[in-house]
Write a protein that binds this ligand. Structure first.
Ligand code: DQA
Length: 144
């Protein structure tokens, strides 16, 4: 099984950006944690991060026929991007939406997620452990 983990804008700033909201763990530490976890579960994982919407769309498209599942934290594009929604719908790969913070208890503008309708599960407010839970959900879904 082959999983693509996509992180959107400003997630490369983890550990620096608003640590009271997103924690002190760096992006590098997060990637190591995801890779170690995937290895322990016997799944291959590729992690990708971009601050650019079009690059995120390109990588979702590249995933077609290559990856069995996608974990995506689109950052602020969650709340704005129909292009990411359309890309996820186009490839039809089982996808889990992850947010480190509990977006449901934050600003009004964070209450809309365009990509949610293309995801079979959403995990919010569990810190970086949410990515690991998403991997578990994909393993369960794909092996069913
Ligand atoms: C986020 C929540 C978004 O609202 C925000 O724009 C982010 C990170 C999260 O992981 O909690 O960049 O997706």
């Amino acid at each position: 099984m082959n999983i693509l983990v996509i992180n959107g804008p400003n997630l490369n700033m983890l550990g620096i950006r608003e640590p009271d909201i997103y924690g002190k763990e760096t992006y590098g530490t997060l990637i190591n944690k995801i890779e170690d976890y995937a290895e322990s579960k016997g799944v291959a994982v590729k992690c990708y991060q971009s601050n650019h919407e079009g690059d995120l769309v390109d990588n979702i498209q590249f995933a077609y026929g290559v990856f069995d599942g996608i974990v995506i934290n689109p950052g602020a594009y969650t709340h704005t991007s129909i292009a990411l929604l359309d890309a996820l719908k186009a490839v039809g790969i089982p996808t889990v939406e992850v947010h480190i913070s509990d977006v449901s208890s934050r600003e009004d503008f964070r209450q809309i997620s365009y990509i949610r309708q293309a995801c079979f599960k959403t995990i919010t407010g569990k810190g970086t452990d949410g990515y690991l839970e998403a991997i578990d959900a994909l393993i369960e879904k794909v092996n069913k």
